[in-house]
Design a protein around this ligand. Structure first.
Ligand code: MG
Ligand code: MG
Length: 279
């Protein structure tokens, strides 16, 4: 492993394989949480499920104690107009809510970071469409990534996908600009930033051994946010609802490898006609 321009961490194939171990644990934890989401469950209960599963899998929750003030939980649980960084607690999910769950784990020093948005029972159709667009934008970002390309090829892929989708209420989607994807490896957040908008062909080169978390945060309205009084929860400034999907991935000579997807991304990449680069 070495550090190149601007602090970009380049991993060896063996180190990427170790990141896959952490990534799979994160992916499995999120699938467990997805199946646990229902009306009547509190976000604190989801947090406990995540903590237990990560520790049972030999990992350490990476969000716990992160930042200032120290984040007090294993997952971020962001409901409805909360976009990211919601603190889990006594809030009980209700039918019609939507919850974004972000999860990170460390296994033997290597990080995985991923997020899903999950409907609680019957959810408004415009919110379901928002979820579809946000997840689709993440995959469009992976599909735009090629060895030898540049980081903002991913950004452009994400934004282009979102802008090509009809808004269910005739408005336009808000793409958050104040929060971005990021490099990942021996730390959760590393250079480079991976914005969810912008022109292609810029930023560090996409090379073998680079691992990135791609994470579009999209709203049905405003791209602007406020910080709640807990100093963590990020809410839309207009009250519109939001979705967030994230996977950590890398490129190998064979194609893309989605390190935090349980199947490595094999099925979805095949659907998109993108070569699979995992083991
Ligand atoms: Mg995350
Ligand atoms: Mg992240």
């Amino acid at each position: 492993m070495g550090f190149r321009d601007r602090g970009v961490e380049i991993k060896t194939p063996d180190q990427i394989a170790r990141m896959r171990v952490a990534g799979r644990l994160v992916g499995e934890t999120l699938e467990l949480l997805r199946s646990s989401v229902k009306a009547g469950v509190s976000t604190g209960e989801l947090d406990a499920i995540a903590a237990e599963n990560i520790r049972a899998g030999g990992g350490t929750p990476s969000f716990l104690g992160y930042g200032h003030p120290p984040f007090p939980a294993t997952i971020c649980a962001s409901v409805n107009d909360e976009v990211v960084h919601g603190i889990p607690g006594p809030r009980v999910l209700e039918d019609g809510d939507v919850i974004s769950i972000d999860c990170g784990a460390i296994v033997e020093g290597w990080h995985g970071d991923a997020a899903i948005t999950v409907p609680v029972g019957e959810v408004r159709s415009d919110v379901l469409e928002l979820m579809r667009v946000t997840e689709g934008a993440m995959w469009a970002g992976f599909a735009a990534a090629r060895l030898g390309g540049r980081v903002t090829d991913i950004s452009h892929g994400v934004e282009s996908y979102v802008r090509a989708q009809a808004h269910p209420n005739g408005g336009s989607y808000g793409i958050l600009e104040d929060f971005t994807g990021h490099g990942i490896g021996t730390a959760m957040h590393q250079p480079p930033n991976v914005p969810n908008y912008g022109r292609p062909g810029r930023g560090p080169k996409l090379e073998r051994g680079l691992a990135l978390a791609v994470e579009p945060m999209i709203t049905l309205g405003s791209k602007y946010t406020d910080l709640a009084e807990d100093d963590w929860t990020v809410v839309t400034d207009d009250g519109s609802w939001a979705a967030h999907f994230e996977h950590s991935f890398t490129l190998t000579p064979d194609g893309a490898w989605i390190l935090t997807a349980v199947d490595g991304g094999r099925a979805k990449l095949a659907e998109l006609g993108v070569p699979y680069g995992g083991e």
